[in-house]
Design a protein around this ligand. Structure first.
Ligand code: AR6
Length: 184
């Protein structure tokens, strides 16, 4: 499922983000960049120990990565230009600024990717696993944030040509397909 917004191709892909092909993948990390379960675990397992070493160096240098913020490492042995580790909000019922923080995860990651000159980037469904953000609301925020980002950038400072939402769970993929359909 694909749709164009301005000159950028948005696509929904079902599967494992470590198998995607492109420049940068986004990780749904924790504030300490300690690695963990879910997509974080999959990325660290597939990319090898260099990613954890670089995460430790970031931790030493700047302390925690706050929710909504992001940090960049290499991709270790994975064939990407790098990994953008962003920290989603822990869902606490919706009254703890979770929506704004999740939107920030997308805009911060996209800004970082653009600063690196990325032509393509893939996002997992940040926050919707261990952190328990409701899937439909999270997808809506993801798509809205990405579309807004594309529309607000001028062509001159927008290197991105392809943005993928990689959904591990079929129900998430269905939600994203429906949302992108409505962007046509
Ligand atoms: N590729 C793409 N998506 C995946 C993969 C994969 N290989 N594996 C799981 N997902 P989660 P969070 C999906 O829990 O909610 C970690 O322990 C998964 O189905 O990975 O932001 C961190 O260290 C779900 O839809 O991230 C943090 O402590 C989505 O990725 C905490 O979990 C996000 O689920 C972050 O929690």
């Amino acid at each position: 499922m694909q749709v164009h917004i301005e000159q950028v191709l948005l696509e929904v892909i079902e599967g494992d983000i470590t198998r995607w092909q492109g420049d940068y993948i986004v990780n749904a990390a924790n504030s300490g960049l300690y690695g963990g379960g879910g997509v974080d675990g999959a990325i660290h397992r597939a990319g090898g120990r260099r990613i954890a070493e670089e995460c430790a160096a970031i931790r030493q240098r700047q302390g925690k990565v706050l929710p909504g913020d992001a940090a960049l490492t290499s991709a270790g042995s994975l064939p990407f230009r790098g990994i953008i580790h962003t920290v989603g909000p822990i869902w606490k019922g919706g009254s703890a600024n979770e929506t704004a923080v999740l939107a920030e995860c997308y805009s911060t990651s996209l800004n970082l990717a653009c600063a690196e000159g990325a032509q393509s980037i893939a996002f997992p469904n940040i926050g919707t696993g261990v952190y328990n953000f409701p899937k439909s609301a999270a997808a809506q925020i993801a798509v809205t944030s990405v579309v807004r980002f594309i529309r607000e950038k001028t062509a001159a400072n927008m290197p991105l040509k392809r943005i993928a939402f990689v959904c591990f769970e079929p129900d998430n993929a269905a939600i994203y397909r429906e949302l992108l359909e409505s962007c046509r």
